[in-house]
Design a protein around this ligand. Sequence first.
Ligand code: UDP
Ligand code: MG
Length: 303
Amino acid sequence: MLLSVIVPLYNEEEIVATTFKVLEEELKDVEHELIFVNDGSKDKTREILEGLLPTTPNNKLVNFSRNFGHQAAFSAGLDKATGDAVVIIDGDLQDPPSLIHEMLEKWREGYQVVYAQRNKRAGETIFKRFTAFAFYRIIGKLTSIDIPPDTGDYRLMDRCVVNQLKNLPERSRFLRGLVCWVGFKKIGVKYDRAERTAGTSKYPLKKMIRLALDGITGFSSAPLKISFYMGIFATLVGFGIFVWSILEKFLSPTTTVPGWASLMTAIVFFSGVQLMTIGILGEYIGRIYDEVKQRPLYIEDKK
Ligand code: UDP
Ligand code: MG
């Protein structure tokens, strides 16, 4: 039995050597390969790894030619992995490597996907906790697939699941969703998410929003339907205003120019609804465009 462990890294020079040591120590009784995916780091991450890896011939290093993102890094790792089971784990040791043994146990019991489910998130801002909480609830409501709440990407997957994932051609990848989509027998193991011991989060708000939109648009067309309902609602309101203005014209005794406020309200409201709807369409069209271009998910920098 060979276990592959995929570790995506972006500017993690402060911690990558520790991560390497901790993983090697944790897995010394398991036949394993570590696959480090350096996602275009601008710091010393690559040099440190190139210094460490020659001592352990099983382990691999993939270097990207630029920052392609966390999800692309997973895809690269899955492409390189040869193990019977594959674990993906963040490189900042926020996901405790000791959980891998528990995951392996469940895997031996016959589960093909074992995902780690967070109990607590230590040292994360209220904002991050709130947005994460809201995201999992919203995506749960909007999509028909069953994404377990509060799971990150930390998980173990059987070879059969990995092979299916590798066959999925899409470019906007939201791995948590895709793993649920391919199905198979799943189970969660609970853990407390630790604080980052070094370095800072590589997920600024912009990347979080991108990931959330990939997740929602990738697995649901509910936003398009919502815009349809908003359109119906706006039409009804518009019709109401129409009836009211006709009545007022005939019934009102004065001949002033009233109705400025209602006119403005209607214009602003309808423009808002229209722009929002176009924006939602844009999100989907942009993704269709990305798919059509058929660019590779990542480019390797092989020296
Ligand atoms: N990461 C990556 N590419 C990116 C952003 C992050 O490979 O563009 C890696 C990062 O090095 C870390 C993991 O993805 O190993 C999770 O990132 P981070 O810890 O910053 O996310 P958070 O835990 O704050 O959600
Ligand atoms: Mg982290």
